[in-house]
Ligand binder design. Structure first.
Ligand code: NAD
Ligand code: UFG
Length: 372
């Protein structure tokens, strides 16, 4: 199958591109590198000895997106591209609506005019707002508490309306819980710019010595140890969920939604302790005030995805922190710095083919052939 992956150079995208290539799919990535670099894809190509085709392009450039989708005629699209920082979305709501909502509209227009109507969309457990009905099931009422969350909510609604209006569309919205971890090679992983907003990358940077201590936001929640509880999910399990959703859409139309979580909650202190064991060192922390907008506890009901997609998360917290630590220890400052416009598209694609062919593996030397 030819799969177009928007935001494929990012954290979840790069892991999913790797699985798609390993499964023999023909992969095309579009990314503007606003929160990533081409290095993630060079490493993906080296890991699996196959290269995706890459376009540096912004989803807001509607003409270019139209042309790419028309020329490449993908069988399906996985849409990761978007901005994702909650705090930043409060400060810059318009750029979130423009990038996430308008970017998605441009993509849908391009797909419609190319006759490609299979879409897997990155939604988020953020659409459950401040719901306290646990576990969170797909039928829980949706709400938003910040502009980022509202972009996900609007897009989910838009997609449902589109599928209701035209029965040729097949659309999956996947609601991720808290993606963490990295590929077991330690070659690709999450590379947050600036101070990490999320717990796990922050803990990893403390463990590697880049930051002094973890600020634990609140120690008086009604939870197992007073700290916030979340459903952490290994990024490779999450990536596998996308392949399962693609498969499901192959012979169905309509719009569908699934939680992608483990169904298990872990507290902030449990995460810190697990990470300290994996890294073999203390991870200093202090309890500080609660972070405004945080809920005490949230975890998925993952049953719908298990029954309908045949998917479930396989990796537990210990493996998540071990893989995260391997990535962080091998790449303490993430991917090497690179000016986002250092190379044009032809050069980028040559680099990917070269990376794919420099590994010892004898199989699949380039991105031709071996397609599903
Ligand atoms: P990421 O920032 O690592 O990846 C997003 C990618 O999209 C980046 O490579 C970025 O350069 C690209 N991008 C952004 N805007 C673009 C645009 N207009 N045109 C082209 N490319 C663009 O983030 P991620 O963690 O991999 O998240 C992927 C998706 O999953 C996002 O939509 C995010 O909202 C959603 N999500 C993430 C989490 C999480 O905690 N990581 C949780 C729930 C949902
Ligand atoms: N936390 C800390 N210290 C930190 C960072 C986080 O104690 O430095 C705590 C939080 O208070 C929370 C837990 O760690 O209890 C997890 O926080 P994250 O920021 O890692 O994740 P959230 O669950 O708050 O948010 C994530 C995504 C959002 C998404 C939300 C919806 O980052 O984009 O899940 O489920 F909207």
């Amino acid at each position: 199958m030819r799969v177009l992956v928007t935001g494929g150079a990012g954290y979840i995208g790069s892991h999913t591109v790797l699985l798609l290539l390993e499964e023999g799919h023909d992969v095309v990535v579009v990314d503007n590198f606003s929160n990533s670099s081409p290095e993630s894809l060079r490493r993906v190509a080296a890991l699996c000895s196959r290269a995706p085709r890459l376009y540096r392009v912004d989803l807001l450039e509607s003409e270019k997106i139209n042309q790419i989708v028309r020329d490449l005629a993908p069988d399906a699209v996985i849409h990761f591209a978007g901005l994702k920082a909650v705090g930043e979305s409060v400060a810059k709501p318009l750029s979130y609506y423009r990038n996430n909502v308008t970017g998605t509209l441009n993509l849908l227009d391009a797909m419609e005019s190319a006759g490609c109507r299979n879409l897997v969309f990155s939604s988020s457990a953020t659409v459950y707002g401040e719901s306290t009905e646990l576990p969170l099931v797909e039928t829980t009422q949706r709400s938003a508490t910040n502009p980022y969350g509202r972009t996900k909510l609007h897009i989910e609604e838009m997609l449902e309306e589109l599928a209701a209006a035209d029965e040729r569309w097949s659309i999956a919205a996947l609601r991720y819980f808290n993606p963490v971890g990295a590929h077991e090679s330690g070659r690709i992983g999450e590379d947050p710019q600036g101070i990490p907003n999320n717990l796990m990358p922050y803990v990893a940077q403390v463990a590697v010595g880049r930051r002094e201590q973890v600020n634990v936001f609140g120690g008086d929640y009604p939870t197992v140890d007073g700290t916030g509880v979340r459903d952490y999910i290994h990024v490779l399990d999450l990536a596998a969920g996308h392949l399962a959703a693609l498969d499901y859409l192959t012979d169905r139309t309509g719009s569908f939604v699934w939680n992608l979580g483990t169904g298990e909650g872990s507290s902030v202190l449990e995460v810190i302790q697990a990470f300290a064991r994996a890294a073999g060192k203390d991870v200093p922390y202090q309890i500080v005030d609660r972070r405004p907008g945080d809920v005490a506890e949230n975890y998925a009901d993952p049953v719908k995805a298990r029954l309908e997609l045949g998917w479930k998360a396989e990796r537990g917290l210990e493996q998540m922190v071990q893989d995260m630590w391997r990535w962080q220890e091998n790449n303490p400052y993430g991917f090497p710095e690179e000016a986002s416009d250092s190379y044009d598209n032809d050069e980028l694609n040559e680099q990917l083919l070269k990376a794919a062919s420099t590994v010892q593996s004898s199989s699949k030397p380039n991105n031709e052939g071996n397609q599903k």
